[in-house]
Design a protein around this ligand. Structure first.
Ligand SMILES: Cc1ncc(COP(=O)(O)O)c(C=O)c1O
Length: 397
């Protein structure tokens, strides 16, 4: 009998993730009792700060459990507006701010509010996997702008401008970046803003990792081109709130209004309880700053150790300036990163993400949002793997 439904062209157009094979193999091994260390998760290993949890409990107990305004509770939009001014030098009034169910929904709404089929969107590569997928869902075309490990994945504004065509509508930026950890310096951001102004392009900047910056200066590109920029951010990474699903965006009022209209016909509003929790993260600034400082110190120590350890093993790894990921060159293990990730999983019992979906051939991504003990253990396991392979090679020679 034929199927009673046919899947939409949109649903069918979504690319199956090449990381799925590695993830399911990791789960299989774990189920079989193998102790696999996961370096693949993209979320803080810290618990949500206590003052945020307390605010959520209070919200539940005081009945703040109903629908809210589509764009979010007014107190939260005011707090975000103040945060944009205080921390980013951006001037977005509360009605130029919207609250979404995670940063992901802010990006999704933004792309659907701004793109038409056939438009082109410039995305520095390696990129976070969801940008090209979301862009393609709108019918627009993602156009990668390559960056390179040799200079820490820095973006060359001239290379970006060289890819502008009559169909280009948007530039997507992510600094600090996932998976590269690259932080684009103010002069690069200024030059990119000038490209946007020259060609009348919109910039969507994802500043999700803005607080996780080590030796660099984090600047919001919106300060250089306010009318052309939508700034997306969220509570997930900065306040260890991935499960609460709070994202937000600030930008030109017409764009925010279109995003709200889209949201009103999809998810209505972000969880009311989570909105009150996020409000505490913004309003109880001192506790939040303390939490961020503690997390940043731990991430920096872990970054230093994992970069040093991987390079010492001959797996070339640039020192990232932000976020909590490293990109390691695994061509010593296997020229194909999918195969390298499989070998690392099967023979070293470490789960990593192959760079395939990030447009990062020959590299794998490791998240260091995990304990120092795990990092030491991972380095030992990789060392054993490399020694074993060298030994096998010398025997077959
Ligand atoms: C660059 C980047 N943007 C956005 C997100 C999504 O964040 P959220 O959990 O708030 O949807 C992630 C999560 O991994 C990310 O790495």
């Amino acid at each position: 009998m034929s199927s009673p439904f046919s899947l939409s062209a949109r649903a069918l157009s979504l690319k199956p993730s090449s990381t799925v094979a590695v993830t399911s193999r990791a789960l299989e091994l774990q189920k079989a009792g193998v102790d696999v260390i996961s370096m693949s998760v993209g979320e803080p290993d810290f618990d949500t700060p206590q003052h945020v949890k307390a605010a959520a409990i209070h919200a539940i107990e005081s009945g703040k459990t109903k629908y809210t305004a589509v764009s979010g509770i007014p107190e939260l939009r005011e707090a975000i507006s103040a945060k944009f001014r205080r921390e980013n030098g951006l001037d977005h009034a509360p009605d130029a701010v919207t609250v979404t169910s995670g940063g992901k929904q802010a990006l999704f709404n933004a792309f659907f509010a701004l793109l038409n089929p056939g438009d082109e969107v410039l995305i520095p590569a390696p990129y976070w996997v969801s940008y090209p997928e979301m862009v393609a869902l709108t019918g627009a075309f993602p156009v990668p702008v390559p960056t390179h490990a040799a200079n820490g994945f820095q973006l060359d504004p001239q290379a970006l401008e060289a890819r502008v065509s009559p169909m280009t509508r948007m530039i997507v930026l992510n600094s600090p970046g996932n998976p590269t950890g690259a932080v684009f310096p103010p002069e690069v951001l200024k030059a990119v803003a000038e490209v946007a102004l020259r060609h009348n392009l919109m910039i969507v900047t994802d500043e999700m990792y803005e607080h996780l910056v080590y030796d660099a200066q984090q600047v919001s590109i919106g300060t250089f081109a306010p009318e052309h920029t939508l700034t997306v951010n969220g509570a997930s990474k900065a306040y260890a709130m991935t499960g609460w699903r709070i994202g937000y965006a600030g930008g030109p009022k017409a764009v925010i209004a279109a995003m709200n209209a889209l949201q009103s016909q999809s998810t209505s509003n972000a969880s009311s309880v989570s909105q009150y929790a996020a409000l505490a993260a913004f309003q109880q600034h001192e506790e939040t700053t303390q939490f961020i400082g503690m997390a940043l110190k731990a991430y920096r120590q872990r970054r230093d150790r994992i970069v040093e350890g991987l390079n010492a093993l001959g797996l070339k790894t640039p020192t990232p300036q932000g976020a909590f990921y490293v990109m390691a060159d695994t061509t010593r293990i296997h020229p194909d990163e999918l195969e390298a990730a499989r070998i690392i999983l099967d023979d070293a019992r470490v789960a990593v993400v192959p760079g395939t979906d990030f447009a990062a051939p020959g590299q794998v991504r490791l998240s260091y949002a995990t304990s120092m003990d795990n990092i030491e253990q991972v380095l030992r396991r990789l060392d054993e793997l490399l020694q074993q392979r060298a030994h096998n090679e010398s025997r077959t020679r």
